[in-house]
Design a protein. Structure first.
Lengths: 719, 207
């Protein structure tokens, strides 16, 4: 009996060495055999690779039900469960995996920079080494097609839209005052310093349902998740200085950056004298800090920005004998906190809030305007990837804006305006990849504004088809709503949201590091605000009867391969737009819309000199203006705009950089427009004055030094 | 008592059988790799990895093979797949063995392969990461020859780009060579690559 037991145990043990044969063939959908496919039983050592004919064969000692796995790069892994004795003569068909990089992308209307995704047309360095951009990331984006050059503004005008139709987001949360406060005819700069961001996505239309309250465009900036090393950055510039430091403790890090700008020394050397005289040249102090904490399954980020600026200027005006005094003291405080958590089963939670407090203390001649805007944005979003072919993204957000303004004149007459709006929105969107060749994005967004007491519903669709290995077509459609600007809302809360519909057709080809994109679009504007006075004032009559259209063609070409060490891109935009909004008496092309815009950006690296030299050329055809001496409305055009800029970055050592840039090197006299007198002179003629940039050219010299333990990083990406 | 002994004997036999399977499998994979059969070797390492979910080494080798074959690869699509695989298996190895200097070096090599492919796109973002990884690896294992040598080779590349002297890094390469013989581990199949390449680079330094 005892012996029998031993024998049984022995037999059981032996039996486990018995071999079962497993065999089969692996092909793709077109029945082509696949070689090198890894075939094995899950959790065991038993397996083999397929041969040239796609065949596989191996033996196993496993028993009963097992899972057979067939895996190969760029195909979806195949699982087959069954009793080992049945795993013979198998015919396995592997399905092509969805490939984010080489497959079709949903890119209509979007330009990405800094990311490694395929839609990325600009590299991180490009944002800051573009000649003429002088470290302003918004200026670098103005070299992309779809934007119009509006020299006196410095903001983004996209496809016939006003600057206010573009919204800027940091980590998915709205930035309420992304630009520094300046005066009339003095171009502004972006408030955010580019080096805190790892990626920029600039959409010129047809964007995701996640974003609203923007008629023309959204610009998304994402802050760095985790800095790589501790360092101190020091910059000394002809217009000020900056100091930054990054500290890392394990999974937590803090970056702070402060900068001081003062144009007084520059103005005393090279005064701006075209129609202006500075009493107090622009001065500002600003600070930014980013705190990040990485957890096992989550990332928390807190961004804070603070700035204070002061300027006092006298400007020429046709209606007054003397120059008109304008001064502004601005203070701005901004917080942006977000948290992202990765759950099991491909669920991602994203939540965050941003708050801003912005105060202006403006003086115009003897009048004063004091205003304050407090605004907030809170957002929650969930994302679930069911497979890599199908994902769902949905969420809700809430905006609060509270604005108050007090106007006072010399006689102490004062007038208060203001409003509070609560805007709630919800959105849902799905990405469906039918194959590596065909993809669809479907979304919708609903918004309710308490101030306007109005509900809007916007559908969004993008379809993309990859017609060959290198190129694809896409089409996008969407409805976009935006509340009227505060200039009108502060006087009349009875208005409705303004609306555009975008229709976009895009073709893109990327081959051999050469990118070609062409995009045709049509935008239909409805419910634009109209008023019946010279300026939007409190007693004007406001309506939503305005409408318009914009249609055009955007072309982008980039090549960094054909000529060694030379990288260049060219953009051309054709724009045909007319609007009948604001106080227009009839439909006309507005002042900010040039018909042709052309940008050529070149960068050449000279190895022997350790230098990068950049030259940019920018052309815009003449912009329309209205001449009251003619019966036609907005029928005349200024001369065209030309700007040739140059920059030179010289690496003294790996950590010390000398940077020189000259904007408008040929001192071309550009014209921004004309100002006509409010009343005719004795001969019945309306006199005019030419509005020119305050100075034709601008020079900039800076020295940048990075101090870090390993001596290889520098501030090239800050410039 | 006899019975217990017998059962134990069987159990031990089965356990050693399992161990032998690992040893045999790894040996076979290295043999395939040595014979230039890299994709078969990678497949076998991958099979071993799924059967040994608590051992970082097979994951490490899947990542390493896919990284090595990516240096010099010009086809972006192929490169992306291979480095994607290398990254995936580096991440899995990291999850098994935290703060392991060999895995940190492996991660640095994945980044280096991207930079070597397209310096303009990846150089700026990944260079700092590579520096930080080597710094951490050397902090944890100051005598690891692969950490010292790989860092020196990386620094040489950067110095050459900026037209600077590479002599200080030659000294580091020299220093790493004897360490390849002294820095050993009891763990079977522990990485030991690098000596030949270090000697070659050291020779180049003398020229």
């Amino acid at each position: 009996m005892k012996h029998l037991q031993y024998i049984i145990i022995f037999l059981i043990s032996i039996s486990s060495f018995c071999q079962t044969k497993i065999s089969g063939i692996v092909t793709d959908k077109k029945n082509t055999p696949l070689a090198g496919v890894n075939i094995y039983l899950e959790g065991t050592y038993d397996g083999a690779s397929t041969n040239e004919k796609g065949e596989f064969y191996f033996e196993t000692t496993e028993k009963n039900t097992q899972t057979l796995i067939a895996s190969m790069m760029s195909y979806e892994t195949h699982y087959e469960m069954g009793d080992v004795s049945y795993l013979k003569g198998l015919k396995i068909i592997l399905r092509e995996a969805i490939n984010e990089l080489t497959g079709v992308t949903l890119t209509a209307g979007t330009f990405e920079a800094g990311g490694t995704s395929k839609a990325s047309v600009l590299k991180p360095l490009d944002i800051v080494t573009t000649a003429g951009a002088a470290g302003d990331f918004v200026a670098a984006l103005q070299t992309l097609p779809g934007t119009s050059t509006v020299n006196e503004s410095g903001r983004l005008f996209v496809r016939g839209g006003t600057a206010g139709e573009t919204q800027i987001f940091v980590d998915g949360l709205r930035v309420f005052q992304p630009f520094l406060a300046t005066g009339n005819n003095i171009p502004t700069r972006g408030r955010l310093s580019p080096f805190l961001f790892k990626g920029i996505s600039f959409s010129t239309g047809g964007y995701s349902a996640e974003y609203g309250q923007a008629l023309s465009s959204v610009l998304q900036l994402n802050t760095t998740d985790l800095p790589d090393e501790e360092k101190t950055d020091l910059g000394i510039m002809s217009v000020g200085g900056n100091l930054g430091h990054t500290k890392i403790w394990g999974n937590k890090s803090l970056s702070v950056n402060t900068s001081y700008l003062n144009l007084a020394p520059y103005e005393s050397l090279i005064p701006s004298n075209q129609g202006v005289s500075w009493n107090k040249p622009y001065e500002s102090i600003s600070g930014e800090a980013v705190y990040r904490s990485n957890y096992d399954k989550g990332i928390f980020k807190l961004y804070t920005g603070f700035s204070k600026s002061d300027l006092d200027i006298d400007q020429e005006d046709i209606n007054y004998e003397d120059f008109i005094n304008f001064k502004n003291k601005n203070s701005n405080l901004y917080f942006n906190a977000s948290y992202k958590h990765f759950y099991d089963k491909e669920w991602t939670l994203y939540t965050g809030a941003s708050v801003s407090v912005d105060k202006n203390d403006i003086g115009i001649i003897t009048n004063t305007i004091e205003n304050k805007e407090t605004a907030s944005h809170t957002k929650i979003k969930l994302k679930k990837s069911f497979t890599n072919r199908f994902s769902l993204n949905f969420g809700a957000e809430h905006f609060i804006s509270d604005f108050s303004e007090t106007f006072k004149d010399a006689s102490n007459f004062s007038f208060d305006t203001g409003y509070t709006d609560n805007l709630t929105a919800t959105f849902a969107e799905t990405d469906i990849f039918f194959s590596n060749k065909f993809a669809l994005k479907l979304g919708a967004r609903a918004e309710y504004s308490s101030l306007l007491n109005n509900v809007t519903l916007s559908p969004r669709v993008t379809v993309a088809h990859k017609n060959n290995e290198h190129s694809q077509f896409s089409f996008a459609y969407g409805d976009f709503y935006q509340n009227p600007s505060r200039d009108y809302l502060k006087f009349d809360a009875g208005l409705k949201p303004q609306k555009t519909s975008h229709y976009i057709l895009n073709y893109q080809s990327i081959k051999n590091k050469k990118t070609f994109r062409i995009e045709a679009y049509y935008k239909d504007y409805k419910s634009l605000v109209k008023y019946n006075t010279e300026l939007p004032v409190f007693d004007a009559e406001y309506t939503n009867f305005g409408k318009g259209y914009a249609t055009g063609l955007d072309i982008f070409w980039r090549d960094n391969k054909s000529i060694k060490n030379l990288d260049y891109w060219a953009s051309y935009s054709y724009l045909d737009t007319k609007r009948n909004d604001r106080n227009f008496r009839e439909s006309a092309t507005p002042n900010f819309a040039a018909k042709h815009n052309l940008s050529l950006v070149t960068k050449y690296f000279i190895e022997d000199l350790r230098s990068q030299v950049g030259v940019s050329y920018n052309y815009a055809s003449g912009r329309p203006y209205d001449n009251p001496n003619t019966p036609e409305f907005f029928a005349e055009k200024t001369k065209s705009y030309n700007n040739l800029s140059f920059n030179w970055a010289y690496l003294i050592t790996q950590q010390k950089i000398l940077f020189l840039s000259i904007n408008n090197i040929a001192s071309i006299n550009n014209i921004n427009g004309y100002q006509y007198a409010n009343t005719p002179d004795a001969t019945g003629n309306f006199n005019r004055r030419t509005i020119r940039p305050t100075a034709d050219s601008f020079f900039f010299v800076g020295f940048f030094w990075t101090i870090s333990k390993n001596k290889t990083t520098n501030q090239l990406d800050n410039l | 008592m006899k019975k217990v002994t017998l059962i134990l004997a069987f159990l031990i036999a089965n356990i050693t059988l399992a161990q032998d399977q690992y040893t045999k499998g790894m040996q076979k994979a290295f043999e395939l790799w040595g014979n230039g059969n890299t994709s078969e070797a990678a497949n076998l390492f991958e099979r071993i990895a799924t059967a040994e979910p608590d051992n970082w080494l097979p994951y490490y080798y899947v990542a390493q093979i896919n990284t090595i074959i990516s240096f010099g690869e010009k086809d972006q699509e192929k490169l992306t797949k291979q480095l994607g695989k290398a990254q995936e298996y580096t991440d899995l190895a990291k999850a098994i063995s935290k703060d392991n200097p060999e895995i940190l070096i492996q991660q640095a090599l994945v980044h280096t392969a991207w930079v070597a492919f397209d310096g303009a796109t990846y150089g700026m973002t990944l260079s700092a990461k590579v520096n930080a990884l080597y710094k951490k690896a050397i902090e944890i294992a100051p005598d690891n020859p692969r950490a010292i040598f790989s860092k020196a080779e990386w620094d040489m590349g950067t110095a050459q780009f900026f037209g600077q002297d590479v002599t200080p890094y030659c000294k580091d390469v020299e220093r790493s060579i004897p360490l390849f013989d002294t820095y050993t581990s009891d763990i079977p199949f522990y990485p030991k690559w690098g000596k030949e390449r270090a000697q070659m680079i050291a020779e180049n330094c003398k020229e």
